[in-house]
Design a protein around this ligand. Structure first.
Ligand SMILES: C[S@@+](CC[C@H](N)C(=O)[O-])C[C@H]1O[C@@H](n2cnc3c(N)ncnc32)[C@H](O)[C@@H]1O
Length: 470
């Protein structure tokens, strides 16, 4: 079990239930999100929240939820020492140790932060034992999201929380967060539960300063966050800045400096979306369609290297194996659109290249039962019309151990083993947010029985019976 090394009211441990071998997951997460803040931006944020040398900080408490190598903590420490000196407060472990609390999940980064804090305090003339005690008390190697909240709260909260899409969080950490955090704060991006938990610990009248994305302002996944926090905050400024100005490393992000103060008054609890009842997808006008049955796929689906059909008759074709959570990995196969948008079959005589291709498969096509029952030997079992599939849609394999889904905007036609879900307003991103990262699996629990081998069936009637999670 990884654990904070010092005793404090906020020591957070990664619980044993998460399992061993987490070091690799933590390393992977840190590599993805350990994007450190430039000193000038750290100074700007500390100025804006009022953690200044001239202020009397001797009774203030500052929280940094994701310390990295300690840029915020070191600068906050320098200012704290200067403030204490200016206000006649002794520089000792007992006067300083409760003033700052920082969390860092990655032990190597936490060690570096503690060393930097120690060095900074020693440079400022603190006794070695004081520097040591403060470094240990201030920087905990613990998971901020799983740590017990501070009973005393904080007057200042600052930082640059980890920014990483929910689907990219390593598996066991993600499972622990899904298990322990309010559903409203999970599923979108990791920075959201960070802001939520940090704001919960900000005292009324306290100030926060975050370097973070402004996606919480408009993304569907942050609706619960907005409902909870917008009435409780006075946003004092929100300035975006180029990534190159904000971060030490090169990243393609568009950060904002958010400065806010917390209004007095109670903040409603974050809601667990899954327990709310509402209309089903079917009742809300969502449409679910399975891909067309072709009746001899090799005749109608061209492998990437094949070209023997008139190009205007071809559309991308995908099957379940090309659907990953969040992505369609198209292998380049195309299907022949055998019907016009009016539903009438295309006439192969008008398309000699197609006619020649189907001729090559004549034996297999003629042996099909629909043909023995009188159907034209060149037809597909279901209609294959391009226009049925052009709207943006979610694609879901019919059978999966863990149901998964992705957005398709390419107009691809799915195989007969893939379902497509269309939203009434075509807001496919919002629909995806509702079902992504295991939410589809949870929504299907109790609706779709597991079949042999532990597979879940994502049939049309099961998908339509889902009640959106909020
Ligand atoms: C974007 S960096 C910011 C570091 C520092 N605040 C700065 O601005 O330079 C985020 C840090 O959060 C850490 N982190 C990620 N998840 C965490 C968690 N659950 N609890 C504590 N720290 C975490 C990462 O290891 C990483 O070092």
């Amino acid at each position: 079990m990884l654990q904070g090394r010092t005793s404090s009211d906020t020591v957070g441990a990664i619980p044993d239930t998460v399992g061993g071998g987490l070091e690799r997951e933590i390393d992977a997460l840190h590599r993805r999100c350990g994007v450190y803040t430039k000193p000038a931006v750290v100074r700007r944020i500390l100025d804006a929240v009022g953690w200044r040398r001239v202020a009397d900080l001797s009774r203030s408490r500052l929280l940094e939820p994701a310390a990295g190598n300690g840029e915020f903590v070191v600068e906050a420490a320098r200012r704290l020492v200067a403030s204490c000196r200016g206000h006649g407060v002794e520089i000792s472990a007992s006067s300083l140790s409760g003033r700052i609390r920082a969390f860092e999940l990655h032990p190597g980064a936490a060690d570096e932060a503690r060393s930097r804090v120690r060095a900074a305090l020693r440079e400022l003339g603190a006794h070695r034992r004081t520097a040591d005690a403060c470094a240990k008390a201030w920087v905990l190697d613990a998971d901020f999201l799983l740590a017990a909240p501070s009973r005393d709260g904080f007057t200042h909260v600052v930082g640059n929380p980890p920014y990483i899409r929910w689907s990219k969080i390593p598996t066991r950490l993600k499972a622990a967060y899904v298990d322990r955090l309010p559903r409203e704060m999970t599923g979108g991006d990791l920075f959201l539960p960070f802001l939520d938990r940090a704001l919960e610990q900000l005292r009324p009248g306290g100030r926060c300063g975050f370097l973070c994305s402004d996606r919480w302002r408009f993304m569907a996944f942050a609706e619960g966050f907005r409902r909870r926090w917008l009435p409780a905050l006075d946003v004092l400024s929100e300035d975006s800045l180029p990534a190159g100005e904000a971060f030490v490393s090169d990243v393609g992000a568009y950060p904002t400096v958010l400065i806010a103060s917390r209004r007095p008054g109670k903040v409603p609890a974050a809601r667990d979306r899954s327990i709310r009842k509402g209309k089903t997808f079917g009742e809300l006008g969502y449409v679910v369609k399975v891909g067309p049955a072709l009746g001899h796929t090799p005749a109608f689906v061209l492998e990437p290297h094949e070209t023997d059909v008139e190009p205007e008759l071809l559309r991308p074709w995908i099957d379940g194996s090309e659907i990953r959570e969040g992505d369609v990995l198209w292998r380049g196969r195309r299907v022949v659109v055998m019907h016009g948008d009016d539903g009438e079959p295309v006439d192969p005589e008008r398309f000699p290249v197609l006619a020649a291709r189907l001729g090559r498969f004549a034996g297999e096509l003629r042996r099909r039962s629909i043909v023995r029952n009188g159907a034209d030997w060149r037809r597909t079992i279901d209609r294959v019309r391009a226009g049925d599939w052009t709207r943006p849609k979610l694609v879901v394999p019919e059978l999966a151990k863990v149901p998964r889904l992705a957005i398709d905007r390419s107009g691809a036609i799915p195989s007969h083993g893939v379902y497509a879900i269309f939203a009434p307003d075509d807001d496919i991103d919002a629909l995806y947010e509702r079902l992504r990262d295991g939410k589809l699996a949870r929504a299907l629990e109790g609706i779709s029985p597991r079949v042999k081998g532990g597979y879940v069936r994502c049939y049309k009637r099961f998908l339509l019976a889902i009640r959106p999670l909020r």
